[in-house]
Write a protein that binds this ligand. Structure first.
Ligand code: NZQ
Ligand code: ZN
Length: 389
């Protein structure tokens, strides 16, 4: 177990009747607000109007950055930072999913950077010590960006998707009814992302940490296994949406993984897929995870893989170790590809092997090795990509 400091600064308003506090929270940070949102779903569900009413009540002067892309582009972040600098913005209000919130985190930092390109902050060429505060209104359960410090940005000019750690949002509004309109596909992909955060950052990493945390991780995983199929089938099931929403936040808000060796192997492999093919993050993870587990399965890893199968997926405990671990991986595949109906192969997403070699090298950069359960070289990563075809 590693030593750790746990701190999470995000104040969360959870539930269906909390948005009326938004004007109070905005007023705490100032008067000039940059409202950041995506491709229009917030207008379709009437959330935009509710947010604008709150901003009026706060007496705020509102500027807008609309059209943040899924896999948000550094160019969009730069546009937002330019508005912040020109208009002397006090606070960012991100209304949307992980992409919108990550874009806001990039803007919050780039607004305080002397240079004009957020990509400098991603590559480490530039640094900031200050950031604008962020308030979020979350509309999809997936990334945990509403309660973590991660910020993932894409540069499609160079086929790179990478990130940096900023500040976690100051305040987040989590209303499960705002996720009723999320499609079955995005619900399934988001659910795979929640599970992957637990797998990739803690559960399937070297060394473990505390049994208490491993058991809480299993409970969060079980929550997703129970409620994702309900939300896919019955999108306005409040209990299902509420459970997924809170599970997503807790899967990546530091509590569950502080003290672990944080590997994020699957995320490194997936970010290359998104950088080259602009695919949905959670779907890429769903395709990769069972193949990765199959590839790395050995006597040393089998006990925790089997434990996952038994405690989360209902695999028969009496199976011999290796059979139990294989059954766990099969159960996970069946959950992603049969129960949640995600397409199971990269070729289903129009991806072929042409970029595997370069993607594998980039996934293992800068050290040439992805450290995890079993350390992976570019050759290993390439082999895993091929298993996904
Ligand atoms: O753009 P709009 O119109 O809002 O539509 C979005 C988008 O098309 C739609 N959507 C969101 N809420 C909706 C809705 N549609 C209907 N009703 C609603 N209520 O869903 C689509 C996907 O949205 P996006 O924000 O991209 O989804 P997600 O939350 O999965 O975010 C993915 C991004 O977050 C990054 C990913 O790499 C990816 O770029 N990640 C961020 C992390 C972090 N900050 O810590 C960690 C993650 O591992 C991940 O890397
Ligand atoms: Zn993720």
């Amino acid at each position: 177990m590693r030593d750790f400091i746990f701190e999470n600064k995000t104040k969360v308003y959870f539930g269906k009747d909390q948005l009326h506090h938004l004007h109070e929270e905005i007023s705490r940070f100032g008067n000039k607000v940059l409202l950041v949102y995506g491709g229009g779903s917030i207008k379709k569900i009437g959330l935009y109007d509710k947010v604008i009413a709150q901003l009026k009540e706060a007496g705020a002067e509102v500027f807008e950055l609309a059209g943040v892309e899924p896999n948000p582009r550094h160019t969009t972040v730069n546009k937002g930072a330019t508005i912040c600098k020109k208009e002397d913005i006090d606070v960012l209000l991100a209304v949307g999913g992980g992409s919108t919130i990550d874009a806001a985190k990039g803007i919050a930092a780039a607004a305080k950077y002397d240079g004009d390109d957020v990509w400098d902050l991603v590559t480490g060429k530039g640094h900031v010590t200050e950031r604008l505060p962020i308030i979020t209104v979350l509309t999809i359960a997936a990334t945990g960006s509403e309660m973590d410090r991660g910020c993932v940005i894409s540069n499609m000019e160079t086929n790179e998707k990478s990130g940096f750690f900023g500040e976690s949002p100051a305040v987040s509004f989590l209303d499960p009814t705002n996720t009723f309109s999320v499609s079955a596909y995005q619900t399934a992909s988001g659910s795979a992302d929640i599970m992957s955060h637990i797998f990739d950052v803690a559960y399937f990493s070297k060394g473990g940490c505390m049994d208490m945390l491993t058991r809480v991780q299993e409970e969060v995983l079980k929550t997703v296994v129970k409620y994702a199929p309900i939300a896919v089938k019955t999108p306005d099931d409040y209990e299902a949406r509420a459970n997924l929403m809170w599970a997503a936040s807790w899967a990546l808000n530091d509590f569950l993984y502080d003290g672990y060796f944080q590997a994020t192997v699957c995320h490194a492999m997936e970010h290359e897929l998104s950088a080259f093919y602009d695919i949905t993050h959670g779907h890429g993870l769903a395709i990769l995870t069972p193949r990765w587990l199959t590839y790395v399965l050995d006597e040393e890893n089998a006990p925790i893989i089997k434990r996952f199968g038994v405690n989360v997926m209902g695999v028969d405990e009496s199976l011999p170790l290796m059979d139990g671990a294989k059954a766990a991986i099969d159960a996970l595949s069946a959950f992603f590809f049969d129960t949640l109906s995600l397409k199971s192969r990269l070729s289903d997403l129009g991806i072929d092997e042409s970029n595997f070699e370069i993607m594998a090298k980039k996934a293992c950069a800068p050290e040439g090795v992805l450290y995890g359960f079993t350390n992976l070289t570019p050759k290993d990563v390439e082999a895993i990509y091929r298993m996904c075809l």
